[in-house]
Design a protein around this ligand. Structure first.
Ligand SMILES: Nc1nc2c(ncn2[C@@H]2O[C@H](COP(=O)(O)OP(=O)(O)OP(=O)(O)O)[C@@H](O)[C@H]2O)c(=O)[nH]1
Length: 215
């Protein structure tokens, strides 16, 4: 990402097997839904978004779910923002998203903008992931969640990308406003963020527990 102006961003697309990572990426870039994609392949796409005032160059990395851990870590370090996708018809993909969430937090604290995407909402009769489970993960990630169908429409895909770009821009502004710091200071800042995140989670759990004690 440019250090002074928002001219581009690196976007990581993560999620379990067959959740629609490629369908999402291809739909965003080409505005088409083909329906049949090469399974389990990693692909880096580049895409230029031309607005009324400026251009933004996007690199979008559509990942394969079964990548080695070192590859995942390298991708997470590379990214300016991340789409974490699960399928509402596939509980395993929800569990995979939960595991990926832990990985993102361990590496980047809360400084990596994430948008959670619950896909395949055209198949609600086959739904296996509840709204509460989706909301819990959204809460844990402290990020926006969109419920979409890549198959059925372009609008949800565009909204997801717009939101992620807003969050990435916000993170850029924040990093420009922060005083320059040493690499050591960065590490401890990140640890502080992770610690804060886990404290927040523990506090929430305690509040829920004491509420259920009262009831
Ligand atoms: N019904 C429905 N099918 C979808 C939707 N999005 C993707 N699919 C289908 O789900 C299958 C998997 O989609 P992909 O885009 O290949 O999923 P992926 O996450 O890239 O898969 P891997 O790379 O193999 O992990 C394909 O048959 C898609 O057509 C959706 O919103 N609704």
């Amino acid at each position: 990402m440019s250090q002074k102006r928002f001219t581009g961003a690196k976007i990581l697309v993560l999620g379990g097997s067959g959740v629609g990572k490629t369908a999402f990426t291809v739909r965003f870039i080409t505005k088409r839904y083909i329906g049949d994609y090469a399974p389990n392949t990693e692909m880096l796409y580049t895409h230029k978004m031309v607005g009324s005032r400026d251009e933004v160059n996007l690199e979008i990395l559509d990942t394969a779910f079964d990548m080695p851990n070192e590859t995942l870590e390298k991708h997470v370090r590379w990214a300016d923002g991340c789409l974490l996708i699960y399928s509402v018809t596939d509980k395993d993909s929800y569990q995979a998203a939960c595991a990926l969430k832990d990985n993102l937090f361990q590496q980047r604290g809360s400084d990596l903008p994430v948008v959670l995407v619950s896909n395949k909402h055209d198949l609600l009769t086959a739904k296996t992931v509840s709204d509460d489970e989706g909301a819990n993960l959204e809460d844990d990630l402290d990020c926006p969640r969109f419920q979409i169908s890549v198959a059925e429409g372009q609008e949800g895909v565009n909204q997801v990308m717009e939101e992620l770009l807003v969050l990435i821009k916000r993170e850029l502004v924040k990093s420009l406003a922060a005083p320059p710091s040493s690499p050591e200071a960065n590490v401890s800042g990140m640890e502080k963020k992770s610690r804060l995140y886990y404290m927040k989670k523990a506090f929430k759990k305690r509040v829920v527990r004491s509420r259920s004690d009262i009831l």
